[in-house]
Design a protein around this ligand. Structure first.
Ligand code: PMP
Length: 426
């Protein structure tokens, strides 16, 4: 029995499913989750001391790689002054100024402690600002687990949303309208009929929670247009893509600007931080300036701010993203070649340093239905073969992968060689 096996059985005694976030449980791919003990750079080490080249990177935050020495020092130094005050500190202003300086169209920003809080608060703010209740989201996009956002499409294109989980009132879910991702016609039809009663569109500008699906040309532009026409608020959820797809997120990369932007992951450098911000006119509606309530005991936590600030300083270096993107291209091209060599139907997507592997025939996968039509059992075999090879991929075919600054060409080539051996076995 491995230590991960025994730690997992102990964990299940008092922790539901043995995990504090469901996807960690390996339910999609089967088997026992790997328990990590430590990580450095591109590598994570499990409880048995086995090393993995890690392409999960804590689901995105670790764009510098794990335990970057400068980030760790910043955290230790800040922690020595106290862990939390529940009163304002200078470093919150420094980070807010930096985020607003980097991000297009961000006049004001509020720090929170998770991506879920960021999107939940942005939705409330958009509703409070517009005085409307309905929101629009897209099938296969995940925006955290708040009630309004844990909603899937009803049957038919323009039906009311239905709860994705017991505990979400149907009376609330009905205000969430769900459309197919990358379907421009569906957006235009809905807005032609109901645009004036819609508070907001929330979108992942590159979908990273149904594997990796970039927007087709014109999709984000269409969202901007219908919001301008109807007064709905465009919320771009950059929790995953912010400081990831480019320094200025997907908005900088694709040239479409949000009214409100949600951030998370990289902004905390591995500490619990999220943020939402955008146009001054809208942000002034949030308490204490305005009537829309939102708060947090640990919001703007100084130690978390220190990790985020140091991370943002380091990623602003000249050429940082060129190098990251080049390595991502090297990886996806190499793994594609390995699949081709073994005659396995396979395709990849990428956007900046986010990438996705699909066991699909289609040349490009652009929506949830296509992701669902892939050979997901083969993905699961690939996942386990790679795990054995010492490569840690996300334990589900619906998740994006992440490159970090710490991955070397040698790490990538070792990954490609592992994929070649894995493809032979699956
Ligand atoms: N939005 C997006 C796009 C995400 O990818 C996630 C998390 N994967 C969230 C929101 C929720 O963030 P958190 O898990 O920090 O609550």
């Amino acid at each position: 029995m491995s230590r991960s096996d025994s730690l997992f059985s102990s964990a299940q005694r008092h922790i539901p499913g043995g995990v504090n976030s469901p996807v960690r449980a390996f339910k999609a791919v089967g088997g026992t989750p790997v328990f990590f003990e430590k990580a450095a750079g591109a590598y994570a080490y499990d409880a048995d001391g086995k090393r993995y080249i890690d392409y999960v990177q804590s689901w995105g935050p670790m764009v510098l790689g794990h335990a970057h020495p400068a980030v760790i020092s910043a955290v230790i130094e800040k922690a020595q002054d106290g862990l939390s005050f529940g009163a304002p500190t200078e470093i919150e202003t420094t980070l807010a100024d930096k985020v607003c300086e980097i991000f297009p169209g961000m006049d004001m920003v509020r720090m929170v402690s998770s991506g879920t809080e960021a999107t939940m608060s942005a939705i409330r703010l958009a509703r409070g600002y517009t005085g409307r209740d309905k929101i629009v989201k897209f099938e296969g996009c995940y925006h955290g687990h708040s009630d309004s956002l844990l909603v899937k499409a009803g049957s038919g294109a323009l039906t009311l949303g239905v709860p994705n989980s017991p505990g979400v009132p149907a009376d609330l879910a009905k205000y969430t309208l769900t459309l197919e991702y990358n379907n421009i016609d569906a957006v235009r039809t809905l807005f032609a009929e109901q645009g004036n009663s819609i508070a907001a569109i929330i979108v992942e500008p590159v979908a990273g929670n149904m594997n990796c699906i970039p927007p087709i040309p014109g999709f984000l532009e269409c969202l901007r247009e219908v919001c301008d026409e109807t007064g709905a608020v465009l919320i771009i959820d950059e929790v995953m893509t912010g400081f990831r797809v480019s320094l200025t997120g997907a908005q900088g990369h694709y040239g479409v600007q949000a009214d409100l932007t949600c951030l998370g992951k990289v902004i905390g450098g591995g500490m619990p931080v999220g943020a939402f911000g955008g146009k001054r006119e809208i942000m002034e509606h949030i308490a204490p300036l305005g009537p829309v309530y939102q708060a947090g005991t640990l919001s703007g936590n100084p130690v978390a701010m220190a990790a985020g600030l140091k991370t943002l300083e380091l990623i602003a270096a000249e050429g940082f993203y060129d190098e990251l993107n080049r390595k991502t291209q090297r990886l996806v091209a190499g793994v594609q070649a390995a699949a081709d060599k073994h005659g396995i139907p396979f395709t990849t997507n990428s956007a900046g340093s986010m990438f996705g592997f699909f066991f699909n025939e289609a040349d490009k996968v652009t929506n949830y239905q296509q992701v669902m039509s892939g050979d997901n059992d083969r993905f699961n075999r690939f996942f386990h073969a790679m795990l054995e090879e010492g490569v840690y991929l996300a334990p589900a075919c619906f998740e994006a992968g992440f490159m970090s600054q710490a991955h070397t060409n040698e790490d990538i080539d070792a990954t490609i060689a592992a994929a070649d051996r894995a493809m032979e076995r699956i």
